[in-house]
Design a protein around this ligand. Structure first.
Ligand SMILES: Cc1ncc(COP(=O)(O)O)c(C=O)c1O
Length: 374
């Protein structure tokens, strides 16, 4: 029995009719760039997140970039974030002309360690970007308290956390802005590239809408230098269909995570993910930690079980950020987890039989390794 890391086809098959109808409507109205289907999705997604506004953009990277630009982040500024995230979090900072300043993460949740944030703040700091890694929100209260005290903006990178909660509040609704990716493999994934910025700040929303559309509020009256970061009409229509299913899919992910937890928790050599008491985890990624992970991943692949690594190199050690002069040892928690993470197959349509197979093979492989060592 093959277990792929992700099975987008299985989900598509379950909603094929609805998707076909939705795309046909976009074609019939030739509403390809922005337009009514994007506007409809924006309304629905803001309601889902519990914010007043949502602006659809071209990708999660655009969402982060537009949010920072709209908040006035620019050359000479610094933005505090974490090194264990996808590079887009830092790229958005860099493309504003600002400098990413990393702080290490908490060893249990792998999210921004609030106790490390104050020390990273300088007179140049303008904003903090906590990343809700793997679908679990960062510990927002202490981060917000620091931001308020230091008059900094908070931009949530919620690209992996659609529907996740912190003390009952939805991802994206707590900071000044929340940024989402709808990359196809995400919990709410488009059928192409797309993203959104949610906020309850009307002025911020207005500015993001202008920036994503060449700095214009009225056609050809450009009051800002913006960019083309609009969302496609087809993506808006697809996302509206998929949003209706998201809560049910999230429950399936949570059920699958529980099954993995139960089967793997007591296997020696494995650390399973922990759901923090304040959090509702949506398990975009189910990452365990294993010391000899490369061997494990290769052995599983031989058995047609396919895993991922998110992410093998923390941002401060990537060539792209060599100029920051941050070597090994700067962020030990992020470095250690990057060396040990294994992302197991995780999607709503994963069957109990597939989960038993993955967990069973992992337990057998680790047990035989232990025997060899002894
Ligand atoms: C944490 C995080 N931030 C930002 C992004 C960028 O999103 P996109 O790929 O839609 O540009 C992603 C998605 O890959 C992500 O996982």
């Amino acid at each position: 029995m093959k277990v792929p890391y992700l099975d987008l086809k299985a989900q598509y098959e379950s909603i094929r009719g609805e998707i076909g109808d939705a795309i046909q409507q976009v074609l019939d109205r030739t509403a390809f760039a922005g337009g009514p289907f994007v506007a409809q999705f924006e309304k629905e997604f803001a309601a889902f997140c519990g914010t007043r506004f949502s602006a659809g953009v071209g990708s999660g990277t655009d969402a982060l970039w537009m949010a920072l630009l709209a908040l006035g982040v620019g050359p000479g500024d610094e933005v505090v974030t974490v090194p264990d995230t996808f590079i887009a979090t830092a790229e958005a900072i860099s493309w504003c002309g600002a400098k990413p300043v990393f702080v290490d993460v908490d060893p249990i949740t792998y999210n921004m360690d609030p106790s490390k944030v104050e020390a990273a703040i300088t007179p140049k700091t303008r904003a903090i970007i906590p990343v809700h890694l793997f679908g679990q929100m960062a510990n927002m209260d202490p981060i917000l308290a620091i931001a308020r005290k230091r008059r900094l903006f908070v931009v949530e990178d919620a690209s992996q956390a659609h529907g996740a909660e912190y003390k009952g509040k939805k991802a994206g609704s707590i900071g000044d802005a929340g940024c989402f990716s709808f990359y196809p493999g995400k919990n709410l994934g488009a059928y192409g590239e797309a993203g959104a910025v949610v906020t309850s700040n009307e002025e911020l929303d207005r500015k993001i809408r202008m920036l994503r559309d060449h700095g214009q509020a009225k056609k050809y009256y450009h009051s800002l230098i913006g960019w083309n970061a609009r969302m496609d009409g087809i993506q808006g229509a697809v996302l509206s269909v998929k949003l209706k299913h998201l809560d049910a899919w999230t429950e399936e992910r949570r059920r699958n995570a529980k099954r993995y937890d139960e089967l793997l928790r007591n296997v020696p050599g494995i650390t399973v993910p922990v759901e923090a008491p304040y959090a509702k985890h949506v398990y975009h990624i189910y990452a365990i930690r294993v010391a000899e992970r490369d061997r494990l991943i290769a052995s599983l692949a031989e058995k047609d079980i396919h895993c991922g690594i998110h992410y093998p190199i923390p941002l401060h050690l990537l060539d792209a950020y060599k100029s920051l002069n941050l070597g090994k040892g700067f962020f030990p928690v992020a470095e250690r987890s990057a060396a040990e993470f294994v992302s197991l197959p995780m999607y709503p349509e994963l069957t109990p039989a597939q989960i038993y197979r993955v967990a069973g093979e992992i337990a057998t492989l680790l047990e035989s390794e232990r025997r060899t060592v002894v």
